[in-house]
Design a protein around this ligand. Structure first.
Ligand code: GLA
Length: 415
């Protein structure tokens, strides 16, 4: 009983900050931007334009194709959904041509399927694509979003002086809270501060946002995914300390299922994003996706790492001979020893799978006695990859063989 009470207190405490109780594990869902951008020409691109048709289609697929059951529950519209002017009451207006029945209709459609509705806004005068932004209209916009039934807001930071953000983002969050409707709050605040050379006030960011962007936009290419991995790897010990239940770093959307990543590269994105405890926000066409990519996105074991209840974000203990090693503490904890998810990404792209050799010390895996070892499971097996664990000179080691620009991902369950 006492234990339960204590646990309750702990989880209350971690969600108090924003006072919305959301995002106790990283959010999962679908977001329009990376794949569909600012496509507004529905005459020439009827299937791709940001419209009622696109969003309701993807929402249906989220449910019928098993994504909702796997945990992906947000469906988000990114930039370019509105008219270019506010109405006479200063309220934002959805594009009349592309969202003829308005946003409440979209929210209802999404929520009737057991999903949640995400919508984009911008803290500046205009969004990144030039649509009306919320500067000077934060209260009206928060109220409008709540009336429409929004469950998740992404607040971008284009077209505004970054020095206003330390005050503005928390203020906008307060207006959202005041509506009484819990809305996941996704901020771009720290990234824009970084760009402006202002050092982020992490305490305030953690307290005010459920997730936040740290780095540049993802593109549909391995180069882009890898540059994000490098950034998060180079800063991972520090960044991991900011993450926890209710507040997570956001390395940007999953591009799996699009044009740019091979199957191995897709596995690598899924593995590293899960170890980083990143939001899993797909941006793809759920109606046109290769089976292997779909199965990867739906992989229960990898999703379980991402959603692990301990809520501890992982990091990159080291990168050696072009293999980066990633590690996250996960449940179960057995005899005081925490289980682990470990991933090895091979950054070398010339030809054949590559061997790597890592001591447990290098991976910062504690083997002090009593040590009963781990039961090891390969979460993303490949016929051309393998791993062995062995002991020499009293040291435990992993030898791994990893495909070019691919990943070997293991779960080490404490014994
Ligand atoms: C910025 C954001 C992207 C996307 C676009 C929309 O670049 O970082 O994620 O929202 O704006 O214009």
């Amino acid at each position: 009983m006492n234990h339960i009470f204590f646990l309750l207190l702990l989880s209350l405490n971690s969600s108090l900050a924003l006072d919305n109780g959301l995002g106790l594990t990283p959010p999962m869902g679908w977001l329009s931007w990376q794949r569909y951008r600012c496509t507004i020409d529905c005459v020439n691109h009827p299937q791709e334009c940001i419209s009622e048709n696109l969003i309701t289609r993807q929402a249906n697929l989220m449910k019928t194709e098993g994504y909702l059951d796997a945990g992906y529950n947000y469906v988000g519209i990114d930039d370019c959904w509105s008219e270019s002017q506010r109405d006479e009451n200063q309220r934002l207006v959805p594009s009349k041509e592309r969202f003829p029945r308005g946003m409440k209709y979209i929210a209802d459609f999404i929520q009737e399927r057991g999903l949640k509705f995400g919508l984009y806004g911008d803290f500046g005068t205009h969004t990144c694509e030039g649509y009306p932004g919320s500067l000077n209209y934060m209260e009206i916009d928060a109220t409008t979003f709540a009336e429409w039934g929004v469950d998740y807001v992404k607040v971008d930071g284009c077209n505004v002086d970054a020095s206003l953000m330390d005050e503005g983002y928390p203020k906008f969050g307060e207006y959202f809270n005041k509506t009484g409707r819990p809305m996941m709050y996704s901020c771009s605040w720290p990234f824009y501060l970084d760009l402006a050379g202002i050092s982020p006030n992490w305490e305030s960011i953690i307290e005010n946002c459920n997730i936040w962007r740290n780095y540049y936009d993802i593109q549909d290419s391995w180069g882009s995914v890898e540059s994000i991995m490098n950034y998060f790897g180079d800063n991972s010990k520090r960044l991991a300390t900011y993450a926890g239940p209710g507040h997570w770093n956001d390395p940007d959307m999953l591009v799996i299922g699009n044009f740019g990543l091979s199957y191995d590269q897709s596995k690598a994105q899924m593995a590293v994003w899960s170890i980083l405890a990143a939001p899993l926000l797909m941006s793809n066409d759920l109606g046109n996706i290769k089976l292997e990519m779909k199965e990867l996105l739906l992989n229960k074991d990898v999703i379980a790492i991402n959603q692990d209840s301990l809520g501890r974000a992982g990091y990159r203990p080291l990168k050696k001979s072009q293999i980066s090693a990633w590690k996250r503490e996960v449940s179960p904890i057995i005899s005081n020893r925490t289980s682990l998810a470990v991933a090895f990404v091979n950054h070398n792209d010339n030809g054949t799978p590559r061997f790597g050799n890592f001591t447990f010390e290098e991976l910062e895996i504690d083997t002090s006695e009593p040590f009963n070892g781990y039961e090891i499971q390969d979460l993303l097996p490949s016929s051309t990859q393998k791993y062995t664990v062995y002991q020499t000179d009293g040291r435990y080691r992993f030898e791994v063989l990893v495909n070019p620009t691919g990943v070997l991902m293991l779960k080490l369950t404490a014994k």
